[in-house]
Every structure is written in C-alpha cells, then in structure tokens.
Design a binder for this molecule. Structure first.
Ligand SMILES: *Cc1c(COP(=O)(O)O)cnc(C)c1O
Length: 456
C-alpha cells in the first residue's frame, strides 16, 4: 500500500459541510440544564436573555444528527482549515515503538488553538441575529483571542473580561485581542456590580474564571443588543468542534487507517468531544469499537476524582445548573500552567458518556506533561501548548506500552495548540522550578461542599 503521507490534508470538496451532533446517537441523553431557583428544566425562552437564539437551539437539540455549517462559516474555515493530520514518524522512531501515532494539529491560526472553530460560529449567529456585540471571559487568553478574531471578521463589538492575573502576566495575549478590536477589562472590575462586590470583599484578588464569567453575563444583560458567549463546556461548543473529528475521520478513511486509541486533553471538554464525536457515534451505534482517553491535570481532576452531580457552571452562581463531573463550583484549583484546563466541571455529554463507560480518563502531573512537551517539541518541531501536552503525555505512554507488548496499535491524539505565550512556564520547567500540586481529599471535600443540593 501507498506510504501514508507525513501530513494528510483534505481537498476543499472533502471539507465537512455539516457538524455532527453526537447526542443524536446517545440512547441516554445528557441531563438538561436546570433553573437554579426552581430546579425546572431550562427551555428556549428561559435562555434567550443571555444567549444567542440559534445557539440556544443547538444547545437544546439532542436529536438532529447533522447540522449544516452555514456557507459564511465554511468560507472562514477555509482560511485556516483543513487542519493537517500528521503522522508522528519522528516521535515513533525516537520512542522505538511499533505504534503508529497521528496528531490533529489545531494550532495553525493566530489564536493558536482550536477555539476559533467555535468562536467563528458563535460570532456568525450573533451577527445574523442583528446583535451589536458579545461579552465573554477569558482565563489564559486563547478563547478571548479567538473570539476577538471572529468578531472583527463579522464586525461585532467584543468585550472580554480577562482574569486579572492573566491580564497582568500575559500582556501579549491582551494586545493581540486589542489588535483585533476587542476591549479587554481586567476582572474583577468596577464596571459591574458583581465585580465591585468582589473587590470590596477581596480588594487584592487576582480574579478567577468564575468571577469573570459572572461579570461578562452581567454586562451582556445590561447592554442593549449584547449576548454572552462561552468557549467551552456547552454542548453547542462541542457541536462546532466536531469539525475536528469529522476532518480526522475523513483523512483516516481516505487511507484505510483505523485508530485503536483516540486521546485528547480535557478542560471543559470541547476539543476532546469534537475530536471523538464521529468515532463515538460509531461506537454508540455498535458499528465499531475504539478506546477514548480524556487527559486532565492532576491538579484539577474533575473526571477522575470528581462527582457526577448538578452544579453551577461558575463561581458567582449566576448560571443555570448543569449535570456534570465536577469538583464543585467552589473548588479553587492551584495555579497551573495549563490555564485552559483549570475548570471545575466537564461538558455534560462527555460526563454522561464517561459515566456509562464509553470513555476512560486519566490524570497527569504538570512536570510529566512538560517532560512530554519538550520531548515532542524536539522531535516533531512544534512547540505545544501546555494544555495540548496532556494528550501528548498519554499518547507517549500508550506508545511505550506498545513497545513492551509488541502491539502495532494506531494512536490518534488532538494537538490543540501552540505554546508561544507559555514561555514563562517552559522557563520554570527548564530551571527545575516547576512543582506538582495534587489536591488532598480534604481539598476536594471543600469543593464538594459547595455543590448545590439537587435531588436529580
Ligand atoms: C482552551 C484550551 C483547551 C481546553 O479546552 P477544552 O474545551 O477542554 O477543549 C485545550 N487546549 C488549548 C490549546 C486550549 O486553548
């Protein structure tokens, strides 16, 4: 058979025209969002004050298998997609493994991550609805950057609340967002009531993602023609990110390659969910079997050590309740260099699939992750984001197992982005100053104590 090319690209007419909604193939659907006061199921009308109309429909749609990608979004995708599926020949050789390793590289755009795939969709629907702009939060900055790019493309205003410590420590990310025309406010700020309240109580706080979410939601509610958008966790984001898995599957099918193991890092679950969706669909329909592995930081282990329960999506407790694997909205993860994975919960589709045994999860420590990141950078030539390197770690571990057993497994993993803005973290690792924090049972209990009492 023809040698598999180093990079498998798709031609323009092979690019997906539909997103795939894995919920349609789930016999047991993910649990619905609940109103935190009444514990009633949230419907379309309940969500309209906060979210864009079309995105709510996607959020609530558990039945439509394929949802057409509007032409305008496909035109934008064409500028930076297809993302290449790369055979890691050099990594395989260096590991001396019989395993075949492929990675889907999503770092080929200015935002440096897969987040642009959903940002452009969300901006499109906001524009189509005739909105003036959107508000959001950003932690490490990848989502804020992606959304700024998407908003500038469609001529929307974009207001980003950036966790204050990141705002101060990552000035370059901030300037990229401003270059794309977004306004960036360090959170907590004095521009919202919730921000003022938090500042009065904790004047020296460096902020948190939970606080920034609360501020962004308040701002969207107060401004005419604005809605709030979110870069992960929600089902609509997973749907948009299915473009990753669909392209991967088309590329593999083209060469008759069948993966045994598919691996992704998991923060809120969007890249992992997007990558595995079409493969998971086959597994759910009983057509094929694959192993799926979610990789999370040992410092924020929502799948491996969390509880499957209803919880708030933010620390300020302004969001609806979602049923998910969670460490509790009050769980404060130790500062970590994989900012994009510091979230207390997990998307509810993935939570349900994990709970039913369709997917595995593993947690890895920070130093193990950076060791894998440097190993990969030195042979494959890409400087990976710390978040993405969680997937690299487990891909390498699985390839080493193959060496021991002599099995020629095919491993596919998602390389979600590049690490150029994370050089302080790489510096710490190079200087031997990086620590590993693993929460104790007691730390976790504090988080679990913040779970709302819901009997569902
Ligand atoms: C945000 C981010 C992640 C984690 O988010 P998910 O929603 O879990 O995919 C992973 N990698 C990179 C590069 C990110 O920016």
């Amino acid at each position: 058979m023809e040698k598999i090319p180093y990079k498998i690209y798709l031609s323009e007419n092979e690019l997906p025209k539909y997103w795939y909604n894995v919920r349609a193939d789930m016999k047991e659907k993910p649990a619905p969002l609940l109103n935190s006061q009444t514990l009633e199921k949230m419907g379309y009308e309940d969500l309209r004050p906060v979210f864009c109309d079309e995105l709510i429909k996607q959020e609530l749609d558990d039945d439509t298998r394929y949802i057409e990608i509007p032409q305008e979004i496909r035109d934008f995708y064409k500028m930076y997609r297809p993302a290449p599926l790369i055979r890691a020949y050099c990594l395989e050789k260096k590991l001396n493994t019989p395993a075949k390793i492929y990675y889907k590289f999503e770092g080929n755009n200015t935002s440096g991550s897969h987040k642009l795939n959903s940002a452009i969709a969300q901006a499109y629907y906001a524009k189509k609805q005739g909105l003036v702009g959107v508000t959001t939060e950003t932690g490490a900055g990848q989502w804020g950057t992606a959304l700024s790019m998407a908003c500038s493309y469609f001529g929307l205003d974009c207001k980003v609340f950036m966790v204050k410590v990141s705002y101060e420590q990552k000035p370059f990310r901030r300037e990229v967002m401003r270059t794309y025309g977004a306004s960036v406010t360090p959170s907590p700020s004095t521009t919202t009531e919730v921000g003022k309240k938090i500042l009065a109580e904790f004047p020296r706080t460096g902020g948190s993602l939970g606080c920034a979410i609360s501020e962004a939601i308040e701002k969207a509610g107060e401004l005419e023609g604005y809605r709030y958008v979110l870069g992960s966790v929600l089902n609509q984001v997973l749907l948009h990110q299915s473009i990753i898995g669909l392209e991967t599957k088309t590329a593999l099918d083209k060469y008759g390659i069948v993966p045994d193991i598919i691996i992704g890092c998991a923060g809120g679950g969007s890249n992992l969910g997007g990558l595995i969706s079409p493969f998971m669909g086959e597994k759910l329909r009983g057509e094929k079997d694959y192993r799926f592995i979610a990789v999370e930081p040992a410092s924020c282990p929502s799948l491996t050590r969390g509880k499957y329960a209803y919880d708030f999506c933010d620390t300020g407790k302004v969001t609806p309740l979602a049923k998910m694997y969670t460490l509790g909205n009050g769980f404060i993860p130790a500062s970590s260099h994989a900012g994009g994975l510091r979230y207390h919960g997990m998307n509810s589709v993935l939570s349900e699939l994990y709970d039913k045994g369709y997917m595995e999860a593993r947690s890895v420590t920070q130093t193990e992750v950076f060791e894998a990141a440097e190993y990969f950078a030195r042979c494959e030539g890409i400087l990976p984001a710390p978040e993405s390197s969680h997937a690299i770690r487990v891909a390498i571990d699985e390839a080493i197992k193959c060496k021991e057993t002599g099995e020629e497994k095919t491993i596919v993993f998602g390389l979600t982005g590049t690490g150029y803005f994370d050089m302080v973290a790489y510096g710490k690792y190079n200087d031997g100053l990086m620590g590993d924090y693993i929460p104790t049972e007691e730390d976790l209990q504090k988080g679990f104590n913040s779970l709302p009492k819901v009997n569902k």
